[in-house]
Design a protein around this ligand. Structure first.
Ligand code: KE4
Length: 428
């Protein structure tokens, strides 16, 4: 990537006022070295830096930009909503409109509560499950990331894993002791834990497709067995679909794997790039939320009309055509191209994908869990990342993140990306 003098000056300034110069750690390029560029604007599949460099973007704001950046219908909807006022703290029709759309697409959602981030959604879902079951312990899986709520920053993925802090400082041991952690895809460990502690489990929370340690898939039968164990022992099955919701299918990952969660968490796409989160599921559980029930959960900007308008416009555009067929085609083209490039370069890259989410691990693979993912050659990944950036292609700045394709990416974008990747791989 050519020198970015304006970004460098801006980052130096940002470092004086904002910890690490960023408002979310993974943006800081700490895993790949160098420093982040600053964005001037973005449109479709392209990002333009403040120094005028154009990049093909595979981060897509970490998932929300599934239509590409500045989708006209989303921008128009947000402008129209803004003209009527930005926030009321009073119910507005858009909250019900978006609730109806999510319920229509995800049958397991009988009731839904909107909030302002995926973190809030997951944190609230855990509190709800604990209030509903009157149990304290929860089970998560190492490498999975469910936002930065205290109970969930235990063996967490995403930026926590990238920075080598899967167990964050500042989380009291008295909190963390109620969070049990297992390796993903290990059925024996699951059976043993449930036999020993299943009756004390308030909830199990997981990404059905873990995509915060790169991207790996559930082994056949694993999710089904976990669902059955939750039912048998009375633990609430929480599917964290913040990333996969409306990304992998209109019904989310749960519709692909045929799993019916008790509660699902959403975020990212349902806000169309504006701050949003949601938890939804069984009405008998959801009705434990205040003001109906004893579990408190609230937010000044929850159901914010701008975020609701952006989410409605995004889902309407997404569902108006065969977006998932297009995303599957583009994803398959990129996956095949990256595999060919690695083979031609004679290097081990385990490229894993589902729909428009992908990750290339620099290891022979396959990758089924965090331990497998940790075998990746991160130095090689860093060189690959920067080589691509120099070529005008922006992949996620961490081996432990998934990449995203939008409906505004074109086969030509993918071809350009594959050619760049092949060239960079030859030099690794
Ligand atoms: P937010 O609080 O960042 O809106 O959502 C937290 C969250 C919850 N669940 C899953 C499965 C998630 O992937 C996330 C957030 N994803 C990361 C990227 N892997 C956000 C990027 C960042 O932290 O800057």
């Amino acid at each position: 990537m050519i020198m970015q003098p304006r970004s460098e000056a801006l980052f130096a300034e940002a470092l004086k006022h904002i910890p690490g110069g960023v408002n979310s750690p993974v943006r800081a390029f700490r895993a790949v070295g160098g420093q982040p560029f600053f964005v001037e604007s973005a449109r479709g599949s392209r990002i333009r830096t403040v120094d005028g460099t154009e990049l093909i973007d595979y981060v897509c704001s970490w998932g929300p930009a599934i239509l590409g950046h500045a989708a006209p219908s989303v921008i128009a909807a947000v402008k129209a909503a803004a003209d009527r006022g930005t926030s009321f703290g009073v119910p507005n029709t858009l909250e019900v409109d978006l609730a109806l759309r999510v319920k229509d697409c995800v049958p397991s959602v009988q009731k839904i509560r909107f909030c302002n981030s995926g973190t809030e959604a997951c944190m609230s879902a855990l509190r709800l499950a604990r209030g509903f079951t009157r149990r304290d312990n929860i089970l998560k899986f190492d490498g999975c990331y469910h936002g930065h709520g205290d109970s969930l920053l235990v063996k967490a993925g995403s930026g926590a894993l990238t920075l080598g802090q899967p167990d964050s400082a500042g989380v009291p041991a008295d909190f963390a002791k109620h969070t049990l952690v297992l390796p993903f895809n290990d059925l024996e460990a699951l059976e043993t834990l449930f036999a020993r502690e299943g009756r004390d489990l308030a909830a199990v929370i997981l990404e059905l497709v873990p995509a915060n340690a790169g991207l790996y898939l559930p082994k056949p039968g694993y999710l089904e067995r976990l669902r059955a164990l939750c039912t048998e022992y009375g633990a609430v099955f929480i599917a964290d679909e913040v990333m996969t919701g409306f990304r992998l299918a209109r019904g989310g990952a749960q519709s692909i794997f045929g799993i019916t969660p008790d509660i699902s968490c959403f975020g990212k796409i349902i806000g169309g790039g504006l701050p949003v989160g949601a938890l939804g599921g069984r009405a008998d559980i959801m009705d434990y939320l205040a003001p109906l029930g004893p579990v408190y959960q609230a937010g000044t900007l929850s159901g914010n009309p701008l975020a609701m308008a952006a989410g409605i416009a995004t889902l309407d555009a997404l569902l108006a055509s065969d977006s998932y067929g297009l995303l599957e085609k583009l994803g398959a083209q990129l996956d095949a191209g990256l595999k060919d490039a690695a083979r031609s370069a004679g290097i081990d890259v385990c490229s894993q994908r589902i729909g428009s989410m992908f990750c290339g691990y620099f290891t022979p693979g396959p990758v089924w869990n965090l331990d497998d993912a940790l075998r990746s050659d991160r130095q090689r990944f860093a060189k690959f990342f920067h080589g691509l950036l120099e070529a005008g292609v922006y992949f996620a700045p961490s081996q432990f993140e998934a990449g995203f394709i939008s409906t505004s990416h074109t086969p030509a974008d993918i071809d350009t990306t594959i050619s760049a990747a092949a060239k960079v791989m030859r030099g690794l």
